[in-house]
Design a protein around this ligand. Sequence first.
Ligand SMILES: Nc1nc2c(ncn2[C@@H]2O[C@H](COP(=O)(O)OP(=O)(O)OP(=O)(O)O)[C@@H](O)[C@H]2O)c(=O)[nH]1
Ligand SMILES: [Mg+2]
Length: 230
Amino acid sequence: MQQQNEVYKKLSDSLKSASALLDLERKSQLYEDIIAISTHLANPRFRIAVFAPFNHGKSTLLNAMLGNRTLPIDLIPTTGAAITVKYGIELQTRIILVDGTEINHSGTEILKEFAILDNNRQMRKDVASVEVFSPHPLLETGVEFIDLPGTNDREEQDNLVKEQLLSADLVIQLLDARKLMTLGERENLRDWLLDRGIKTVIFIANFLNLLEPDEQKEVHIRLLFVAESF
Ligand SMILES: Nc1nc2c(ncn2[C@@H]2O[C@H](COP(=O)(O)OP(=O)(O)OP(=O)(O)O)[C@@H](O)[C@H]2O)c(=O)[nH]1
Ligand SMILES: [Mg+2]
């Protein structure tokens, strides 16, 4: 593991020097992708990102996996920052502001202040990172979950999600069982995942409980088809 980390670190440094030689525009997609990938290589963990348009139940799914209401959920677009959930001895939240200020708080109530969208569906500009530490045994193995803002609402949120998806080891794509694989959903998969080389994806159909049992069976078959063709 140690040896592998050193190799990753070297690769990350080489990528960064190569990008400096190319003299890329700081705001260009290629430059941002290189930075996202090299940061990931320098600090390997197993990051699982949950990805879907707003209100698809991303935060709800993570809460169900973590076994409690750790993350804020709502009927309106809610999650405003990439919230990383990692292992900690007790439930705690750490917010780092753009000016370097670090705020540590027990529990996750503080997320309401720093990590959810305001009435205009805007994110706070002063937050640099949001981490939740949870004692869940799965996280002890180095797994980290990333609760992301919903896509298809604002460009700002979309850009943040794009960057986070690139550095994820596994993407959980939540699909709405009531409109499984509409054209919009298929285009979404192509633009956000396939075209960007992201292929390690688990599909989960949400809102199954709103369907009748025979419809649920139908969804199951369609979902298998989706996964296979992906
Ligand atoms: N009936 C039903 N409701 C669900 C399900 N999953 C989530 N919800 C509800 O859908 C709403 C949105 O859930 P969130 O978890 O906040 O959705 P999100 O994808 O995190 O939303 P953003 O953070 O805004 O992108 C909440 O009111 C949830 O209670 C589900 O499987 N069935
Ligand atoms: Mg959310």
